[in-house]
Ligand binder design. Sequence first.
Ligand SMILES: O=C(O)c1cccc(C(=O)CC[C@H]2O[C@@H](n3cnc4c(=O)[nH]cnc43)[C@H](O)[C@@H]2O)c1
Length: 212
Amino acid sequence: MQITIAAATRLELKEDMIKQSNGHDIRILYTGVGILPSAVSITQHVLQHKPDLIIQMGIAGCFDSNIGLANVVAVKKESLGDTGVQENGEWKDVFDMGFRQKGEMPFSDKYLVNETIEKYNVLQLPEVTGVTINEITTEKARIKMLQGKYNAQIESMEGAALHYVCQLFNIPFIQIRAISNYIGERDKTKWKLKEAVASLNETVLHMLNKIE
Ligand SMILES: O=C(O)c1cccc(C(=O)CC[C@H]2O[C@@H](n3cnc4c(=O)[nH]cnc43)[C@H](O)[C@@H]2O)c1
């Protein structure tokens, strides 16, 4: 199977480890941080290589204290959390503003849903809802809004780009994230960056060895 492993940065993907996996034709793609670089990079890659599967692996912030740091999750649903307007104390996204209709391709309702996640979530990782933003969320009011409006458990800066592009091009995909920090926590001594990257890479290697 031709599998592309995509990560925003070299920090998140241990190439030597991932390449130990057997039986697949693996390509590595570094997309850069943020929605625009990752969307362009994944689109170019899809057009050039048409992979059988894209696994996006990365660290993420977490809204939910029931999910432990360094735990690994699979993202079922995504949304775009910073495209819209903050007006009169309220966040209005592209659906509220009438620029998009709920359910319009590639959205289901207002989410970018991975409909085939069960096929590739071979380790039965907990399935969560993600929100994607270009600016790491730090403000309390915004954290509350993102959790409430999008029902999000995790936040990344690239997840929705994967879901959006792969839905449009009909490419199977799965987004795997390890929790490096709780959202809003800017004290880096409380982050578990190294531990998250280690569990992320071990998990993806294990997955690759189980995917047929
Ligand atoms: O602020 C720093 O010095 C710093 C140092 C290392 C890494 C970071 C990141 O924020 C990594 C961004 C990268 O990881 C994902 N990520 C991780 N935590 C979060 C979060 O709380 N909110 C959004 N994204 C997060 C993201 O996908 C980026 O690619 C900072």
